[in-house]
Design a binder for this molecule. Structure first.
Ligand SMILES: Cc1ncc(COP(=O)(O)O)c(C=O)c1O
Length: 446
């Protein structure tokens, strides 16, 4: 039913879209990476002067809090720029991180297991480098998809195998049998999921987390819990220090886990490329003789820090560690409530979903078990009769950009991920106008 490049007077000249797509080398926008779409849209914006509704990248749309900036400036003025940071991380950062996990997840992790990383992306890489090499008989990671595509790229770069399934079809109790069938072969070293989930924004329940934890203990699998959107299930307030409800975590249900905490979204700190990994005390101290194939120590924690992290970057930018330490301290002390800043994302998502639905779009992932999905950083859309590649291509002609769900491991090949963070409320009238035109130009035959 789609009518590519035929319609007159779209906000963006279809000929330019066509030419820029050809020049970019992107054969099918449905399989293009996030950064490829970013580059393409930059070029179309530049060539046409049309400002896009940019929903393709999960970049924060809020300025970083001054608490972090001030702490970084002060540290730089004191000269930390000339000094190699401790690879294990600044003492104050490790202590505030350990406190954070106690206050907001109600779990005990020693400061020694709280390690700064260059974005939580590097935390994932470090996990794969160690967790997927601890047993020569195993193959790699199981991803609970849909997910963040770059993590699969990391596993591929390392030459590890991976498995995945679309978890939307196995929610609640159904997860047990599915996971059992994946893990019982004994080939999975680690399992990775994000919660809330990028891109679907489903949130695992305590029951699901307990199933994951129990089965990972049973099959000796290391759990990597990616909390890039910590506390951003806005249906609950997980951000009052030391008070329930706490952010749900698999940490309550398994011994061997790593939590990845990103500062990019909760503190709008994406540019500083600093995140944290928290390794459970049990895992930190565990010994795996097969690690000696790659590292000089068979201890998980030692191999990760003095083997993998040392070789990758020898630690994390000194001043950024001071910034993050100050932010965590303020959150732990209750003097900074980051939720007040980031809840804007949820409010915008509610409005934007309505605009899309009014114009003939559908939500792809629309339920969170028996509840409607929460409003957060992302939502997912499709348009009747179009594949994701066609839809991206068509929307580009209307000055709207997003990525395909195909690259996230989703089974919903018709869907797109829409990220709300960079859209300003002032752009809503443009969004409405463009989508009204889009739906008029693409009538749906029911
Ligand atoms: C699920 C998930 N994990 C990890 C990351 C990477 O975060 P960072 O900027 O901390 O490297 C992202 C970024 O979008 C993400 O969505």
């Amino acid at each position: 039913m789609s009518q590519p490049f035929k319609i007159n007077k779209t906000p963006v000249d279809p000929e330019v879209v066509k030419r820029k797509l050809e020049e970019s080398g992107i054969k099918d926008p449905g399989t293009a990476s996030i950064r490829e779409i970013v580059r393409l849209v930059n070029q179309i914006e530049y060539a046409t002067g049309v400002k896009f509704i940019r929903m393709e990248i999960g970049e924060p749309g809020i300025p970083p809090p001054t608490i972090g900036i001030d702490a970084e400036i002060e540290a730089l003025k004191k000269g930390v720029g000339a000094v190699y940071p401790n690879i294990e991380g600044l003492k104050i950062l490790k202590e505030e991180a350990s406190r954070f996990f106690k206050l907001f997840l109600n779990i005990d992790i020693s400061p020694k297991g709280c390690i700064p990383t260059v974005g939580s992306l590097m935390g994932g890489m470090l996990c794969f480098l160690v967790a997927n090499r601890n047993d020569r008989t195993k193959e790699g990671t199981l991803f609970l998809d849909p997910g963040f595509p770059v993590q699969k790229q990391q596993v591929r770069m390392l030459g590890h195998d991976y498995h995945s399934f679309d978890v939307y079809n196995y929610r609640g109790k159904k997860l047990r049998d599915k996971l059992e069938s994946c893990l019982s072969g004994g080939k999975i070293s680690s399992i990775l999921f994000s919660n809330p989930n990028n891109p679907s924004w489903i949130c695992f329940t305590e029951e699901e987390l307990s199933i994951i934890g129990e089965l990972c203990d049973k099959h000796d699998v290391i759990v990597i819990e990616d909390l890039a959107y910590f506390g951003m299930d806005f249906r609950k307030d997980y951000t009052v220090p030391g008070e329930p409800p706490y952010q749900p975590s698999v940490a309550h249900y398994t011994k061997d886990y790593v939590i990845l905490l990103s500062s990019s979204k909760i503190f709008s700190y994406a540019g500083q490329r600093i995140g944290l990994m928290a390794i459970s005390d049990h895992l930190f101290n565990r010994r795996y003789p097969d690690l000696l194939r790659y590292y000089s120590s068979d201890s998980f924690g030692q191999a990760l820090i003095y083997g993998a992290l040392y070789a990758l970057s020898a630690g994390v930018t000194h001043s950024a560690q001071y910034g993050l330490a100050a932010l965590l301290k303020a959150v732990n002390d209750g003097t900074y409530r980051y939720r007040e800043d980031v809840k804007e994302y949820g409010e915008k998502a509610a409005i934007m979903k309505e605009i899309f639905l009014k114009n003939g779009f559908r939500l792809v992932y629309d339920r969170d078990l028996d509840e409607p999905l929460a409003d957060g950083f992302y939502f997912t859309i499709s348009y009747p009769g179009m594949s994701s590649g066609e839809l991206i291509r068509e929307l580009l002609c209307y000055g709207i950009s997003a990525i395909s769900l195909i690259i996230t491991g989703s089974e919903r090949t018709e869907g797109l991920r829409a990220c709300v963070s960079r859209i300003k409320r002032e752009q809503f009238p443009d969004l409405i106008e463009r989508l009204e035109k889009f739906s008029k130009d693409h009538p749906v035959n029911n």
